[in-house]
Write a protein that binds this ligand. Structure first.
Ligand code: FE
Ligand code: FE
Ligand code: FE
Length: 204
């Protein structure tokens, strides 16, 4: 079994390096010489990914008030409230990123965030108002959103660096740090009170 997977791995590696060398050839071909990074497929992918997270951040600003309203723990409500302001700043920051690379800020539907928000809505529907159990669900839903953002911004920082967009990379890094902080805060809230309280709740 190990041999098969190793062979597969080697094949995949070979294919990947083949691809790599052909794209390297492409970018050094005379037709592309001096065209800059503005025309590359990676550049296009970068812009599309920015549009995706721009859409997602806007969707999050609509979801957070509902999560706040459904939550019980004051600490959790405060965390969602703070993150709503932070998210609004992140939207402005993304507009700066678009501007810094000479692109117009626009959103493109992000299916992942739609799904994550739907999940948080069904958690609210399936749990009782005023319970710590619902708060546990809301914290997990919130953390899934943060993890999606962490993965996205982490990738975007790397792409911005690869494409030579220093300013964009720094702006995206700031947001990445904020998402990580929020994720950690939610973990702390769960560990401090909410999880224990929920463990004491019984079915009616
Ligand atoms: Fe965000
Ligand atoms: Fe997405
Ligand atoms: Fe966030």
């Amino acid at each position: 079994m190990a041999t098969t997977s190793n062979t597969k791995k080697a094949d995949a590696k070979k294919a990947a390096s083949k691809k790599k060398s052909s794209s390297a050839q492409k970018s050094s071909s005379p037709a592309n010489a001096g065209a800059g990074k503005g025309d590359s497929l990676l550049q296009e992918y970068f812009v599309e990914s920015l549009q995706d997270i721009y859409y997602a951040e806007k969707a999050i600003t609509k979801a957070l008030p509902k999560m706040m309203e459904a939550a019980t723990s004051e600490e959790l409500i405060g965390a969602f409230d703070d993150h709503l302001s932070v998210t609004e700043e992140q939207i402005t920051r993304l507009e700066q990123v678009f501007e810094s690379i000479g692109e117009k800020a626009k959103g493109k539907k992000c299916e992942a965030i739609e799904g994550l928000i739907k999940e948080s809505e069904s958690i609210i529907k399936d749990t009782d108002d005023g319970t710590a159990t619902r708060d546990v669900g809301l914290i997990m839903a919130g953390q899934k959103v943060e993890h999606y953002e962490i993965a996205t911004y982490g990738g975007l920082v790397q792409l911005a660096q690869t494409l030579g967009y220093e300013e964009a990379a720094q702006l995206l890094q700031t947001t990445l740090d904020e998402e990580k902080e929020t994720d950690e805060l939610l973990t702390t809230i769960a560990e401090n009170n909410v999880n224990y309280e929920a463990s004491e709740e019984n079915q009616a």
